[in-house]
Design a protein around this ligand. Structure first.
Ligand SMILES: CSC[C@H]1O[C@H](OP(=O)(O)O)[C@H](O)[C@@H]1O
Ligand SMILES: Nc1ncnc2[nH]cnc12
Length: 288
C-alpha cells in the first residue's frame, strides 16, 4: 500500500501553493473528462508525504462554481493516490461573531445547489454512502489545531450552505440561510465533499471568511472587489496551515470516510451494468 498523500484543492485566490518542492505537473484524463487543470505533485520540505495541488477554478479562474468538473477533480486526485483532501474555500459569514479575515473549519454542509452531478453512482451501479458527518473529524481537528498554534483567528465547526451561484444571494435568501442555522455561505463545497466521501477520501474544509454576505443592515453587501481584497490579505494563512499539515499529516486510517463504500453498494454484482462497472474501476478495482 502506498503512503499517505495530501491533496489540496485551492479555491478562489489560491492558484499555487508556493512551497511545493520537486514539483511536477501531472495531466490526468478521467472517465468523467478533464479536471480543472494539471495537478501539481510534489512534497513539503521536512515531510515525507506526497502533496497534490489542484486549483478548483483552474489557473486564471476559468471555471464558474457550476461548471467545475467536480467528478473529474476528485477522481484525478484519487487516481494519483490521495488519501486526505484539504479544501480551501472563500466564504461569506452569516454570523456576527464570524468576522471577515477569520477562518472556519466547517463540520456540516447544506446542499442548496441545483445543476450539478453529485455522485459517481448515477447509473448501472447504485451506492448510498453515509454522509451524516461529512467532514473527517481527525483531519479537521488537525487543521484547527495548526491554525490555533499559528494564532490565526479560527472557529472550529460551523455549517456551510452551498448555493448554486454564480450570483451572490439576495437579502431575503441570506436571512433564510441564517434561519436554517448556517454559519457560512459559499458556492463550491457541494458536490465536492459528497464525491470525496464516495471516493473514500478524508475531507476537511478550511474556509476563509471574506465578507458578511448581505444580511447585515449596516454593512455594504458583498461584492467581488471586497472579496478579492480580503482574500489577498489572508490567503497566506491557508498556505501556512496547508504546509504545516503536510509536515504532520494525521493518520486517518480509522476515519469512517476511508471505508465509506464498505456497506454502501446495493446493486447485485452480477447485475451491474458492465460499462458503468468498468467506468468505476479506478475506485472499485477490476471486476472480480
Ligand atoms: C470569488 S467569490 C465567489 C467564489 O469564491 C468561492 O469559491 P471557492 O470555494 O473556490 O473559494 C465561492 O464559493 C465562489 O465560487
Ligand atoms: N457571500 C458569499 N456568498 C457566496 N460565496 C461566497 N464566497 C465568498 N463570499 C461569498
Amino acid at each position: 500500500m502506498k503512503g499517505p498523500t495530501l491533496a489540496i484543492i485551492g479555491g478562489s485566490g489560491l492558484y499555487e501553493m508556493g512551497w511545493l518542492e520537486d514539483a511536477e505537473e501531472v495531466s490526468v484524463a478521467t472517465p468523467y473528462g478533464l479536471p480543472s487543470d494539471a495537478i501539481l505533485r510534489g512534497r513539503v520540505r521536512d515531510g515525507d508525504v506526497t502533496v497534490l495541488f489542484i486549483p478548483r477554478h483552474g489557473r486564471g479562474h476559468r471555471f464558474s462554481p457550476s461548471t467545475i468538473n467536480y467528478r473529474a477533480n476528485v477522481c484525478a486526485l484519487k487516481m494519483l493516490g490521495a488519501t486526505h483532501v484539504l479544501s480551501v474555500s472563500a466564504v461569506g459569514s452569516l454570523r456576527e461573531e464570524i468576522a471577515p479575515g477569520s477562518l472556519v473549519v466547517v463540520d456540516q454542509f447544506i446542499d442548496h445547489t441545483r445543476h450539478r452531478v453529485s455522485t459517481f453512482f448515477d447509473e448501472g451501479v447504485v451506492a448510498h454512502v453515509g454522509f451524516a458527518d461529512p467532514v473527517c473529524p481527525i483531519l479537521a481537528d488537525a487543521v484547527h489545531h495548526i491554525a490555533t498554534e499559528e494564532s490565526i483567528p479560527v472557529h472550529r465547526g460551523g455549517t456551510y450552505v452551498c448555493i448554486e451561484g454564480p450570483q451572490f444571494s439576495t437579502r431575503a435568501e441570506s436571512m433564510v440561510y441564517r434561519g436554517w442555522g448556517a454559519h457560512v455561505i459559499g458556492m463550491t463545497n457541494m458536490p465536492e465533499a459528497k464525491l470525496a466521501r464516495e471516493a473514500e477520501l478524508s475531507y476537511a474544509t478550511l474556509a476563509l471568511v471574506t465578507d458578511y454576505d448581505c444580511w447585515r443592515a449596516d454593512t455594504e453587501a458583498v461584492n467581488i472587489d471586497a472579496v478579492i481584497d480580503v482574500l489577498n490579505r489572508n490567503v497566506g494563512h491557508a498556505r501556512n496551515v496547508a504546509q504545516r499539515l503536510a509536515r504532520k499529516l494525521p493518520d486517518v486510517t480509522t476515519s469512517p470516510a476511508q471505508s465509506a463504500l464498505k456497506r454502501a453498494i446495493i446493486t447485485a454484482p452480477k447485475l451491474m451494468a458492465p460499462d458503468a462497472r468498468a467506468r468505476l474501476e479506478w475506485l472499485l478495482g477490476p471486476q472480480g
